[in-house]
Design a protein around this ligand. Structure first.
Ligand code: PRT
Ligand code: MG
Length: 225
């Protein structure tokens, strides 16, 4: 909605989302809401995608940057995984809808055969490698387990295999990635799905434009599994 000095004004609703699985799973919901992107983010290099509606555009950002764009009002609406929202903290975001797409689980995983329960029972200090530092910190604090968190940006599975960490905290869907790396999930931290989020100020000031889009998403969900 807002644009800085010298930026071309856009007077409609801006929706931020990431390409890949979030875009693919959101596309049918967008279609049901009457919004069709006019370019494919997988092949186009455009980061601002116009749609069939002059008053709606998409911006393509990194998955973990979606809450930031919405928090500061550079996008009115965003689609982001609960994992990303938990790390961000949710400040400035209204979260009206669970879209029930891009589902997975945030889990603790260990090398196959590692005695996780035993290590915790002994009060061992665990080295935990993860991209999800906030969620991991909260999880182990609640359990009263002492951890050294090692922040990574990808390929967490490699950490226990190379001795960087004892355990990892990562997203799991089929479990194939863990299996291929001789790891096993031992604990669920959270069930994850993508959420629709709205800039809190835009929701108040521009409700008449944003609410119909949110409502269209909500009715597109009804009856879906
Ligand atoms: O790729 P980039 O660094 O830009 O960001 P990203 O990896 O966060 O984005 P993307 O598009 O990969 O994921 C976007 C969102 O999809 C995440 O924030 C989750 O909410 C959701 N999602 C759902 C997943 C998965 N399922 C998933 N399986 N995100 C990642 N994975 C990865 C997981 O990290 C692991 O490496 O897939 C692997 C495990 O898959 P399985 O099927 O082998 O268990
Ligand atoms: Mg990825």
């Amino acid at each position: 909605m807002n644009s800085g000095e010298g930026m071309p004004a856009f007077d409609g609703v801006t929706i931020a989302l990431s390409k890949g699985r979030i875009f693919e799973d959101t596309l049918p919901l967008l279609q049901r809401a009457g919004v069709t992107p006019l370019a494919d983010p997988e092949t186009s290099r455009q980061l601002i995608l116009p749609t069939n509606r002059a008053d709606v555009r998409l911006v393509i950002v990194r998955a973990s940057d979606v809450p930031t764009y919405v928090q500061y009002g550079a996008a009115d609406i965003g689609i982001a995984g609960k994992d990303v929202l938990m790390e961000h903290g949710g400040s400035g975001l209204y979260q009206p809808l669970d879209l029930r797409i891009a589902k997975c689980r945030l889990m603790v995983a260990v090398p196959q055969g590692f005695d996780y329960a035993g290590a915790i029972g002994r009060g061992a200090r665990l080295r935990v490698a993860t991209k999800y530092a906030e969620s991991a910190r909260n999880h182990f604090a609640e359990k009263g387990v002492h951890v050294d968190l090692i922040k990574l940006y990808g390929s967490m599975e490699l950490a226990p295999l190379t001795g960087l960490a004892d355990v990892i905290v990562d997203l799991v869907s089929s479990g194939n990635t863990l299996k291929a790396n001789h790891l096993e999930a031992v604990e669920e931290i959270a069930q994850i799905s993508a959420r629709l989020v709205v800039n809190v100020a835009a929701w108040k000031l521009n409700r008449s434009r944003i609410a119909p889009i949110v409502d269209a998403f909500a009715s597109g969900l009804e009856g879906s599994p």
